[in-house]
Design a binder for this molecule. Structure first.
Ligand code: SF4
Length: 367
């Protein structure tokens, strides 16, 4: 059984300007190539003549035509099927602000669940082209990634990604604060940003631009990241990076530093069993399916295994899906690998099938 408020991440659209090597959901990179528009991802490669001034609206139409994005009507049906459950929703992508129709989805969600229960994450391109300011009356939190000061970080291979996010955020930060929107920078810790000197610059840059909170994450070997281009970090690497952030927070009194569930297992004295998998969190895919976890995606952005797909929210109510025996059976097993991230445990033990989620195979978990 789920207890208390459920946190849902909803991958609203996978359209994006960027083509990051570590994209968890294998987003669809839309770009202009001369007179053509191209779409690139592991799952879908496509090219056609450019017909619109706005490549993202043409890109979005192509994705809908190929069944790779829901129509507005379908999204509103999903929203309607979420009613009756105590929820907070984090809308993410891709960069769903590139699809202007999504403003309507966020407005309706805000009306149903309350502004304070709605968060969005976006890149600087979405914040600019998608008019972030139009969303601010309907959301309680804005997240964006800012994880390196170098423009050619191998995590992204996309020159300008971090800077573009930061610049767009700077233009909106005052408005965010006046609308009481909490702002948060997401920092997946990796080999390219784990050193104390880089952390110091990242932290002070974010402090200077007025970010409220920093959220430290693992770099997940899921989605396109399953190819593992960079070496995984050791426990010691993670701990020393996290402690550096805490030290800076204490010294300079903010931004507030928080760490994700999959890192809390490094501090068992503070967090005994921090994984929220099917306890208090769940995920909706860009096709409207309910799946177990926001990181449980494979190379082509599909759920890691059929066994963690719980049903189509275009056709079923959430309250019915979360109370089905398939979920209850998995919920009975969540204590089996206390202190392990279930998704990373599965990635390291895929041959065990669904049992992999409950095996002691997260290298940061308890031995
Ligand atoms: S499976 Fe991993 S990412 Fe998901 S809730 Fe558990 S610790 Fe967090």
């Amino acid at each position: 059984m789920f207890k208390g408020k459920i946190g849902i991440i909803w991958t609203l659209d996978r359209i994006c300007k960027w083509n990051c090597d570590y994209c968890c959901v294998d987003a669809y990179c839309v770009k202009r190539e001369g007179n053509f528009i191209s779409i690139d991802s592991n799952n879908f490669k496509y090219k056609e003549l450019l017909r619109s001034k706005n490549i993202y609206s043409q890109g979005q139409d192509i994705l809908i035509k190929h069944g790779l994005s829901l129509s507005l009507e379908d999204k509103l049906t999903v929203l309607n099927n979420l009613k009756g459950v105590n929820l907070e929703i984090g809308f993410s992508g891709g960069d769903f602000l590139l699809n202007k129709e999504n403003l309507k989805v966020v407005q309706v969600a805000s009306k149903i669940f309350g502004k304070e229960n709605i968060g969005i994450s976006a890149t600087g391109v979405g914040m600019t082209i998608g008019y972030l300011k139009n969303y601010l009356d309907y959301i309680g939190q804005l997240d964006f990634t800012f994880d390196n000061i170098e423009s050619n970080d191998v995590n992204h291979k996309q020159s300008g990604y971090n800077n573009s996010n930061l610049q767009a955020f700077k233009k909106n930060v005052n408005l965010c604060h006046s609308k009481k929107v909490v702002t948060q920078a997401l920092i997946p810790i990796s080999n390219t940003n784990k050193n104390a000197d880089i952390i110091t610059i990242l932290y002070s840059t974010l402090k200077k631009v007025g970010v409220d909170k920093i959220y430290l994450m693992r770099t997940f070997p899921v989605g396109r990241g399953m190819k593992r281009l960079i070496d995984p970090l050791s426990r010691e690497d993670y701990i020393s990076a996290i402690e550096k952030y805490y030290e800076l927070e204490e010294k300079t009194s903010g931004p507030e530093v928080n760490i994700m569930c999959a890192l809390k297992c490094l501090f068992p004295e503070k967090w005994d069993d921090p994984c929220t998998f099917l306890r208090s969190t769940i995920d909706i895919t860009s096709s409207g399916n309910l799946i177990a976890d926001a990181f449980a995606y494979g190379l082509k952005g599909d759920p890691l295994t059929q066994e963690i797909i719980f049903g189509d929210l275009k056709k079923n109510r959430l309250v019915d899906l979360i109370n089905q025996p398939k979920i209850q059976k998995l919920q009975k097993r969540i204590h089996e690998n206390k202190g392990h991230c279930k998704v990373i445990a599965y990635i390291n033990n895929q041959s065990a099938g669904i049992n992999g989620f409950f095996s002691n195979t997260d290298p940061l978990g308890k031995k």
